[in-house]
Ligand binder design. Structure first.
Ligand code: ATP
Ligand code: MG
Length: 501
C-alpha cells in the first residue's frame, strides 16, 4: 500500500515553520495524530498537531502569538495571516503520560514526559500514533520525512483497521469516549474495528454513561456529517453504544409500519438520513431525517384499513427530539430548526386538493427560512420509504406553490410613494384619481426601476395631477394590466422551472 515506506510529504509552510522554531530552540518536534494518518491516506488533514518535549511555558516563550488550548498543556500557535482555516491555529502538545480520569471528564493530573514513546503509548489508536519528523526540503512544499511507528500504525492503515494502542479494555476504562471515537473514525474512513477492540467496546460500553454529553455530541455530529452516517449508527447499535447517544432512535427497531412502507421505523429513518448525506445536506437536515419518526413507536395504534396508524407522531416526535437534542447540549438554534422540521414534516401535499393559502399557512408555521429544508426532508422521507422517484410531479407542483406563495407580489406597494403622500403632494382628497396616479407611476417604474425614488415620484405626481380624470384613468388602467402581465410571467417562470402546470 502507498503509505508503507512513504518518505515524502506535502506540508504547509506554517506547520514546517512551527516545527523548525521548536527545533532551533533545541527541542524535539513531531507531527502526530490525525494529520499524519491523513497524510498517509492522501486525505486533507482537518487540523495539524505537533508533539514536543518542550513544556507549555517553553512553547509559549518561543512563539510570538499563543494561547492555552486545554487542561492537557496544549498550546495553540496562532497564524493569523494564514488563508487556510485548518492552519490558523496549530496545536502543540507536550509529550505526556496517560492521565487518570476519575470523573471521566477532566484528567486528575497531567504528567509531562521527556520521551516521545510515552506520548505515543497514551494515544488511542495505532493509526493515530504514528509520528512524523520533518527532514530536509525537497522542493516547494515537498519534504523528506521520517516516520516513527512503534505500534504498527502503518500496517493497520494498510489493513484499514482501528486497533487500540495496548490493551483495549484498559484503554476504554481510562477514557470511555474512545469507544465512540473508534466508531466515528471507522465511519469517516470506512475502516473496520479490529476484533479485540470490538469485544472490549461491547464489554465496556456502559462506561459511556459517565461521559460528558458535549463530547458524545461532537462524535455524533461527526458520524452524521460523514459520507456513511447510516453505517455509523448501525455499527454504534451493534456495539451497544447507540443508546448513549439516543436510545429513542433504537426504539424504532422492529416497529413495523403500514402497508405503504417496506421498512421498519429504524431502517426507514436510517435510509432517510443516508439520503440526506448522499445529497450533502446540512447537519440540521440530517438530524431531522434521523429523528422525524422518533415518536412512531410510542404512537402506533392498530388500524383496520392501513394496519397501523401513527396519529400525532409529528407532535410527540417534535417534543422528544427537543428533549434528546437538549440533553446532548446542541445549540438552541440547531434545536429550534430541527424541532420545527420534525413538527411539520407531515404536511399535506395533495396539490389537487390544497390551496395556496394552505401552503402559506405551512410556510408561516415552519418559517420562511426552513421551508426549503422541509421540502428536502420530504424528499429524504420519501426515498427512505423505498420510493425511487425523488421528485415526483406532486412534490414539484408543491414546491412550485411554495415559491409562488413566497414570491413577493409585484405591486404598487413597492413604490417609494404611497396614497397618503400623493394626497399631501397634490392636496387632492382620496378618490379614484389617487389610485390612478399610483398605477401610472407604477407603470413607469416597471419600465425603468431607477425611477423609483421619492424625489422623482413626487415630481412626477405633481405633473400627473394636472391630467384630466379621463387621461389619468387611461394611464392608470394600463398600469394595472402591466401588473397582471408581470405576475403572470413570474408565476409561469416559477412553474416552468419545476416542470409543472
Ligand atoms: P481529526 O483531526 O480528523 O478529528 P484526530 O485523530 O486528529 O482526527 P483529534 O481530536 O484532533 O483527532 O486528536 C488528535 C490526536 O490526539 C489523535 O489522533 C490521537 O492521537 C489523540 N487523541 C485524541 N483524543 C484522544 C483520546 N480520547 N484518547 C487518546 N488519544 C486521543
Ligand atoms: Mg486532528
Amino acid at each position: 500500500m502507498k503509505s508503507e515506506n512513504k518518505d515524502t510529504f506535502a506540508l504547509p509552510q506554517e506547520v514546517v515553520r512551527a516545527a523548525e522554531i521548536l527545533k532551533t530552540a533545541g527541542y524535539e518536534a513531531y507531527l502526530i495524530g490525525g494529520c499524519v494518518r491523513d497524510l498517509l491516506l492522501d486525505r486533507k488533514p482537518k487540523d495539524w498537531d505537533i508533539t514536543t518535549n518542550a513544556k507549555p511555558e517553553e512553547i509559549i516563550a518561543i512563539f510570538p502569538k499563543t494561547f492555552y488550548e486545554n487542561e492537557f498543556g496544549t498550546v495553540g500557535v496562532v497564524n493569523e495571516e494564514s488563508a487556510d482555516e485548518s492552519l490558523k491555529v496549530i496545536e502543540i502538545t507536550p509529550y505526556r503520560l496517560e492521565s487518570g480520569y476519575e470523573d471521566f471528564r477532566h484528567p486528575n493530573v497531567v504528567t509531562f514526559s521527556t520521551k516521545l514513546d510515552d506520548d505515543l503509548a497514551r494515544r488511542d489508536f495505532t493509526i493515530n500514533a504514528v509520528a512524523l519528523e520533518i527532514k530536509e526540503r525537497k522542493n516547494t512544499n515537498l519534504y523528506k520525512g521520517h516516520l516513527i511507528d512503534n505500534y504498527e500504525g502503518q500496517k493497520d492503515l494498510a489493513d484499514r483497521l482501528i486497533r487500540t494502542v495496548g490493551n483495549p479494555l484498559q484503554k476504554f476504562s481510562e477514557d470511555a469516549l474512545r469507544m465512540l471515537r473508534a466508531v466515528r473514525i471507522a465511519t469517516e474512513l470506512n475502516f473496520i474495528i479490529e476484533e479485540n477492540t470490538i469485544s472490549a467496546i461491547k464489554e465496556g460500553s456502559g462506561l459511556l454513561d459517565k461521559i460528558a454529553k458535549e463530547r458524545i455530541r461532537d462524535e455524533f455530529v461527526r458520524i452524521l456529517l460523514s459520507e456513511n452516517p447510516a453505517n455509523g449508527l448501525i455499527l454504534s447499535h451493534n456495539l451497544g453504544i447507540l443508546k448513549y447517544i439516543s436510545h429513542e432512535i433504537e426504539n424504532g427497531i422492529g416497529i413495523e409500519q403500514n402497508l405503504a412502507h417496506s421498512y421498519d421505523v429504524w431502517e426507514h429513518s436510517l435510509r432517510s438520513l443516508q439520503h440526506a448525506a448522499d445529497k450533502g445536506w446540512t447537519l440540521e437536515l440530517r438530524l431531522a431525517a434521523i429523528f422525524h419518526d422518533v415518536a412512531k413507536p410510542k404512537t402506533r395504534k392498530f388500524s383496520p384499513e392501513t394496519k397501523w396508524s401513527f396519529y400525532g407522531h409529528e407532535v410527540v416526535g417534535a417534543r422528544m427530539t427537543e428533549k434528546v437534542l437538549k440533553n446532548l447540549k446542541f445549540p438552541q438554534k440547531t434545536i429550534d430548526k430541527v424541532v420545527k422540521l420534525v413538527r411539520w414534516h407531515m404536511f399535506f401535499s395533495d396539490t389537487e386538493k390544497i390551496t395556496l393559502s394552505a401552503v402559506r399557512r405551512l410556510i408561516a408555521n415552519v418559517g420562511k427560512e426552513n421551508v426549503w429544508d422541509l421540502m428536502n426532508l420530504r424528499v429524504a422521507d420519501r426515498v427512505g420509504t423505498g420510493r425511487p422517484k425523488e421528485n415526483p410531479y406532486r412534490l414539484r407542483k408543491y414546491k412550485s406553490m411554495v415559491e409562488e406563495a413566497m414570491h413577493d407580489p409585484v405591486s404598487v406597494g413597492m413604490l417609494k410613494i404611497n396614497g397618503n403622500r400623493i394626497m399631501q403632494v397634490t392636496h387632492e382628497t382620496s378618490g379614484p384619481r389617487i389610485g390612478h396616479i399610483l398605477h401610472a407611476l407604477f407603470e413607469e417604474v416597471i419600465e425603468n426601476p431607477k425611477l423609483n425614488t421619492e424625489e422623482y415620484l413626487e415630481g412626477r405626481t405633481l405633473k400627473l395631477a394636472k391630467f384630466s380624470d379621463k387621461e389619468l384613468e387611461l394611464l392608470g388602467g394600463s398600469g394595472k394590466e402591466i401588473i397582471g402581465e408581470i405576475e403572470r410571467k413570474t408565476i409561469k417562470n416559477i412553474r416552468d422551472r419545476y416542470h409543472v402546470e
